[in-house]
Design a protein around this ligand. Structure first.
Ligand SMILES: [Zn+2]
Length: 96
């Protein structure tokens, strides 16, 4: 039994959630665009959002995919453990 999914989750660049994003066509330069139902906004995976929340979410995701524990991620990124755990929880959620 494994809790790790190979499936790549797309995290919203604005709110950091991954349970409301879906593909939304492609951008002018051919990038995949996504839509987030929580923010009602679209974003592109190649677009680097300057928001702190996104940076944390992306970094947590990257470490999580390398099978780091939430405790390790918390220490490494200096993010509160509770925040890491809430992000990890989103990564673990299955598509409905
Ligand atoms: Zn969002």
């Amino acid at each position: 039994m494994t809790i790790f999914s190979k499936k790549k989750k797309t995290i919203c660049h604005i709110c950091g959630r991954n349970d409301g994003t879906k593909k939304y066509g492609v951008g002018a330069a051919g990038q995949q665009r996504y839509y987030c139902m929580h923010c009602n906004k679209t974003f592109q995976t190649t677009y680097i959002y300057k928001g702190k929340e996104f940076n944390i979410a992306a970094q947590v995701e990257a470490l999580w995919e390398k099978h780091h524990t939430p405790e390790q991620i918390s220490t490494e990124l200096q993010v509160p453990l509770v925040k890491v755990k809430s992000l990890v929880m989103l990564l673990e959620e299955k598509d409905v």
